[in-house]
Design a protein around this ligand. Structure first.
Ligand code: G3P
Ligand code: CA
Length: 245
């Protein structure tokens, strides 16, 4: 069994606080978690904000496309009450604010969320450089083109490919070939597809292995026992507890 698997707080400690907010990231700090995952998108005036969905409906008190609003409008929204009244007034942070607040606390796994995000990767790198975070950042995406761009722009920064796309899709070994060809650092298989033999094969091909889609403790244990290097999960405290027992 792997006892070294790293817990990455998925959108922060998002089982207990509204995802992708300071509240969820603060909680991860309090839990002693050292790595977080977050999703980035552009506002209509090209600021980088931390939000998962392409609409505001699920995680704010507003609705409509994220990309339709300027930053000033985005920052007026309540991104906490949907989760619990206790978090009322929580804001959608910018990536700049997250880096500024947590640069000494975390390694950052930044997901380029949308297929249409022209110019976002290079702008993320501008911020990584502004804060000197090149050694504590990984760029991830389901969309291969952003990782290819990332490699071109900053080959020193690790790239993690989230695979396969979609909740039902199956593993296909051509993923390994494609990732090797592009020089990606990390492969991120969906948790319910992972096995010790898949992890071995990915390690043998030189990839770091980090799983996503860890929706419950059963999957968490499956990933931990597979020998994977890391996993994103909404309840990183439970993985910490599991690993010390
Ligand atoms: O850890 C990767 C994971 O965040 C990808 O899925 O939908 O939660 O962004 P999603
Ligand atoms: Ca994500």
């Amino acid at each position: 069994m792997s006892r070294k698997v790293t817990a990455i707080a998925h959108r922060g400690a998002s089982s207990y606080a509204p995802e992708n907010t300071f509240a969820a990231f603060d909680l991860a700090v309090d839990m002693g978690i050292e790595e977080i995952e977050l999703d980035v998108q552009f506002t209509s005036d090209s600021h980088i904000i931390v939000i998962h969905d392409d609409t505001l409906d699920r995680t704010t008190d507003s609705s409509g496309e994220v990309s339709a609003l300027i930053l000033e409008e985005i920052q007026l929204l309540d991104a906490g009450t949907w989760f619990d009244e206790r978090f009322s007034g929580e804001k959608i942070p910018t990536l700049d604010q997250v880096f500024d607040r947590y640069k000494d606390d975390f390694r950052f796994h930044i997901e380029i969320k949308l297929k249409k995000s022209k110019g976002l990767v290079s702008r993320v790198f501008d911020l990584i450089r502004k804060y000197g975070l090149a050694e504590q950042t990984t760029i991830t995406s389901f969309w291969k083109q952003w990782l290819i761009e990332s490699r071109r722009y900053a080959p020193e920064i690790p790239t993690g490919w989230l695979v396969p796309m979609g909740d039902e899709s199956k593993w296909d070994d051509s993923i390994i070939e494609e990732a090797l060809q592009e020089g990606f650092t990390q492969l991120c298989p969906r948790a319910n597809l992972v096995s010790a033999s898949l992890v071995r094969s990915l390690h043998d091909n030189g990839f770091n292995v980090r799983c996503w889609g860890v929706y419950d403790e059963e999957l968490m244990i499956k990933v931990a026992e597979s020998g994977a290097d890391a996993m994103t999960l909404n309840f990183p405290d439970k993985l910490k507890k599991y690993l010390v027992n």
